[in-house]
Ligand binder design. Sequence first.
Ligand SMILES: [Zn+2]
Ligand SMILES: [Zn+2]
Length: 309
Amino acid sequence: MPFLTLEAVSRESRLAEAAARWDALLAARPDLEPAVALQRQLIGLVVELAQTIEHGRLPRLSLPPKYLAAKLSRGVPALAGEPIPLPVAALRPTLVRLCEELSSGGAGGAADRIRASIEETRMDAGSLLSASLARDQTAIRTGAAHGGLAADLLWLVAELTVSPFAHALQRALLTPACDDAELASALAKWNRGYCPACGSWPALAEVASSHRVLRCSFCAFAWELRAHSCVHCGEEGEKFVTVAPNEERLDRRLELCAGCGAYLKTVDVPALSPFPLIAIADLETMDLDLAAMERGYTRPALRDFGPRR
Ligand SMILES: [Zn+2]
Ligand SMILES: [Zn+2]
């Protein structure tokens, strides 16, 4: 099963699962209290926005299944290079609220400056969010440099804000693949480590019922590779190893690739995480990031899919 359609999840069940996972994380790692407290606020806002978007109307996109199938067969993600109109009026209040939460959660003045530049329209929210949906790090870095803003924080608030929209688009465009033989076949043949919907790298792999399922860090798409190989460069040989940094927790592993120097976290799970709980899975496995970095491995930069229209 190379790609998986996750069931639609209600706001209540997302929040209930999130709360249970934060409680479990805090019981094991009380030192993560500040990070969990901030994530509760951020994820809470993203879940509310996801609810609004799922009950609103998505833009009518002329991206027919045959066209998407042809793109995928060339290794180009479905959304790459598409000029997609964003519901900026619906997203903007969340962008501002996220800045406020990040400000009180530790980012302070850096988050206040981003909020002020959006509220005073020195930074155009529509352009910022479009650049994030297009995964255009260069545009966001340039915008941050011009405005004297922290680039990583600007990337984060834009990504969090637009992620429910990216998730909804992904579901609208690729879930009906089951009804279109050509698109279903193109998706089934997708054997790349980056997301076929948006082009982002997976945040981690969730292993459920012996399926190693890559989970997009942005839109939460779920897919598998045909071989057990490095998701970033395809290495299958002896340069690619899987290790469990904690010998008592063999359910939490690292895939390390000496070929490209990148790593991927893999965790055994009873069920795949719904959107936007991949962010919680990422926080739950922060110790694995540290273990990988101690060994000199990194998460690679986003791929660039060429000139944008
Ligand atoms: Zn994606
Ligand atoms: Zn590699």
